[in-house]
Design a protein around this ligand. Structure first.
Ligand code: ADP
Length: 356
């Protein structure tokens, strides 16, 4: 539409460029003829010739040049408009083409995503099934070994040691299977959380008793009053146990493990600190990932790199935060690590009294 309008304007100017100056020239010439002829007969004198040249030739020529100049401007505008129009069409075509290809890619990605999710579900189901099937025979094996060990005083020392090693390995395997089961349940969203007010100190003491017994020196730093947190008691203790197990595993047996509880800003923080070799800054995030281990050498303590991954997931599922600081001590050979569980205080619950 716009282009057609310009075409007309261009055509009009083309006509005007010649008709207006011609009309002016003829009119001026006739006017001069009449003016000079009426007075005293027509003489081609200086006045007649001069006025005819000025009004009949130069004037129309100037008007003609101005119209020609305007015409050029319109031609330039028309060319620019045509160019913009073509570019617009090309752009629209490209956008349509890209949108179509993006839609196609989107469909393919959704399909791939769906397939991956299905594969992941199948993997979780498989792991869960295998772990489940392994748990029952392992429980029988553990029970049998325990009974055998109870009446093993009469056995030769070598046989007794073998039984003890079998017992340790079987316990390790049981714990591995249990962790795998828990992780696959958590990932499949099948782990249930019974949230409610949870008293802190009994949980810490129980976890210490189960994981460390009296083997390790513990430095306690607990306030006399700790409000309960809003959590799932079993899973919360599981996190504390994981941290204690790691502190035990990754720090020298003769060094103490420090347990500190702080209450601030509506949260209760449990910190488990050790005097071990610490964790390099570049590993601070990685060790919370699935199957990530700090050391992979032969001499590294046994493990599967699932403990912290599981602990973090459990903490977050209860609206808590699991964080790490390392180094925490000035000793170069034993900079240590401190893991902190931060959980919200259970609202409107009476303060728990703890007598250290
Ligand atoms: P695992 O102990 O089975 O390897 P975790 O997920 O519990 O798995 O820990 C991941 C890694 O984090 C460990 O391999 C270890 O390198 C590092 N780590 C965890 N806790 C400590 C700690 N208290 N001191 C030093 N390193 C630790």
């Amino acid at each position: 539409m716009k282009l057609n309008k310009n075409k007309n304007r261009f055509f009009d100017l083309n006509v005007l460029q010649w008709t207006v100056p011609s009309f002016l020239a003829v009119t001026a010439f006739i006017f001069e003829l009449v003016e000079h002829g009426v007075e005293d007969g027509l003489h081609f004198d200086v006045a007649f010739t001069g006025e005819t040249i000025i009004f009949g030739l130069m004037g129309p020529l100037i008007v003609g040049f101005i119209i020609a100049w305007m015409r050029q401007l319109f031609i330039a505008e028309k060319e620019a408009m045509t160019e913009v129009y073509i570019l617009n069409r090309e752009l629209e075509a490209k956008v349509t083409e890209r949108t179509a290809s993006l839609e196609q890619r989107n469909i393919e990605l959704n399909k791939a995503n769906h397939e991956l999710q299905k594969l992941d579900e199948m993997k979780s189901e498989f792991v869960s099934l295998v772990s489940h099937e392994l748990r029952a025979p392992l429980t029988s094996l553990n029970g049998g070994l325990e009974i055998a060990l109870q009446s093993a005083e009469n056995l030769p020392p070598a046989a007794r040691r073998t039984l003890e090693t079998m017992m340790d390995e079987s316990a390790r395997l049981t714990q591995f299977v249990q962790t795998i089961l828990d992780v696959s349940r958590l990932e499949a969203g099948r782990l249930t959380f019974n949230l409610g007010p949870v008293a802190i100190s009994p949980i810490i003491h129980r976890a210490v008793e189960v994981i460390l017994g009296t083997r390790r020196d513990i430095k306690w730093n607990l306030p006399s009053e700790i409000p309960p947190v809003w959590a799932d008691e079993i899973h919360y203790e599981q996190i504390v146990r994981n941290l204690l197990r790691n502190a035990d595993k990754y720090s020298p047996a003769e060094k103490p493990i420090e347990i500190k509880v702080q209450v601030s800003n509506g949260n209760v923080r449990i910190e488990v600190a050790d005097h071990g070799a610490g964790i390099a800054p570049e590993m601070h995030e990685k060790i919370f990932e699935r199957f990530q281990r700090g050391q992979s050498s032969e001499s590294a303590p046994p493990g599967w790199g699932l403990g912290l991954y599981f602990a973090k997931k459990l903490t977050e599922a209860q609206s808590g935060i699991l964080s790490l600081r390392s180094p925490i001590w000035p000793e170069i050979n034993a900079p240590g690590s401190a893991f902190t569980i931060t959980m919200p205080i259970a609202a409107d619950s009476p303060e728990e009294m703890y007598n250290a």
